[in-house]
Design a protein around this ligand. Structure first.
Ligand SMILES: [Zn+2]
Ligand SMILES: [Zn+2]
Length: 349
């Protein structure tokens, strides 16, 4: 089978590899769609800096946003069948350590990221994807497979938001119009979140956010975000803020855009030490800071939102390339663009 590797920093290479052998509790899927993530591009370039012990080990088989069709199942599987369309968690978890037994799969003592850092599980830019049945979820018949491949970034946003008050009676400020912000916001709106302000720098991406449920759009190149937030929240600040930007220069301002006892969810890595952070703004106002990485067990929730028509992630798909042109897909993510949100790679069937 054909496999894409970040062979070494700066070098992408498609190589031939044997089709994986399916273990007893594993399933093998023919990949149908794989999304290119900014993380994939950073690994390809060799610029990812998530901190100690989180370095990529080259060559990296990239890809963690995917959907596919099951072609083989292991001897001890029961839930997933050949022919099922599936997605998976973006991390391997063992299911047996003390954190997995508590349901805290993201903190699995034997956990491995898929297709990114450290000793990662081989990723989904490949003809076939091998995963544990435990971390695999069946896609309902009425959910398009291309949208299912977008569940991973949306799930990161939703995972953070589920640890804040999510639903009716709470308003939301989303900063950033990438897949995590837009996808997380779409899920929150699909679950009944109140008035939602979306802030970004590109009108075309804000317009996509409108399609996904944003109530108020703010182009921060033209408007002062703090002013708009105060105007829209009776001068109190947002109940929940999802800041996906990873931009340290706005952090102190963002702290003042949430209300007292509010929640700030940060799924975007800063990739640096933050200096002069006014943490007292969190303490004095009894606020909660929520870090969110990975997508443990979020797949079924978002599949349910899609299957029941509560959300439509389709508008986030702005570019498509066949796997034979995967290098161009990576270049597209790198190049500046006014409207690009998610680049999908499509595989031959
Ligand atoms: Zn990603
Ligand atoms: Zn575990």
């Amino acid at each position: 089978m054909k496999v894409l590797l970040a062979y070494e920093p700066g070098v992408l290479r498609v190589v031939d590899m044997p089709k994986p052998v399916v273990g007893p509790r594993q399933i093998l899927a023919k990949v149908r769609y794989a999304g290119v993530c900014a993380t994939d591009v950073s690994i390809m370039k060799g610029t990812l800096t998530l901190g100690e012990g989180m370095e990529p080990i080259y060559p990296v088989r990239l890809g963690h946003e995917w959907s596919g069709t099951v072609v083989e199942v292991g001897s001890e599987t029961s839930r997933i069948k050949v022919g099922d369309n599936v997605i998976s968690d973006t991390q391997y978890s063992c299911g047996e350590c003390e954190y997995c037994l508590k349901g805290e799969y993201g903190s699995c003592l034997n956990g491995r990221a898929i297709g990114t850092i450290s000793n990662c599980w081989p990723g989904s830019f490949a003809d076939y994807m091998l995963v544990m049945e435990r971390t695999t979820f069946k896609i309902p018949a009425n959910v398009p497979l291309d949208q299912a491949a977008l569940i991973e970034p949306a799930a990161i946003g939703l995972y953070g938001l589920t640890r804040a008050p999510l639903g009716p009676g709470n308003n939301l400020l989303v900063i950033g119009t990438g897949p995590i912000g837009l996808g997380g916001m779409a899920c929150a709106k699909g679950m009944g979140m109140g008035r939602t302000i979306l802030a970004g720098r590109k009108d075309a991406k804000l317009a996509i956010g409108k399609q996904l449920g944003a109530d108020v759009l703010v182009n921060t190149t033209r408007e002062n975000l703090h002013d708009v937030v105060m105007r829209e929240t009776d001068g109190r600040g947002a109940d929940v803020v999802l800041d996906t930007t990873g931009d340290p220069s706005i952090f102190n301002d963002v702290l003042l855009m949430m209300r007292g006892s509010g929640f700030l969810v940060i799924p975007g890595f800063y990739e640096q030490d933050l200096k002069n952070v006014k943490l007292d703004r969190i303490i004095s106002r009894n606020c909660t800071l929520v870090g969110a990485a990975g997508t443990p067990q979020m797949g079924p929730k978002i599949l349910d939102l899609l299957a029941n028509g509560h959300i439509n992630l389709g508008p986030m798909i702005t570019d498509r390339f066949p796997f034979s042109r995967v290098e161009e897909a990576f270049e597209a993510v790198t190049s500046r663009n006014e409207s690009r949100v998610k680049v999908l790679v499509e595989f031959d069937q």
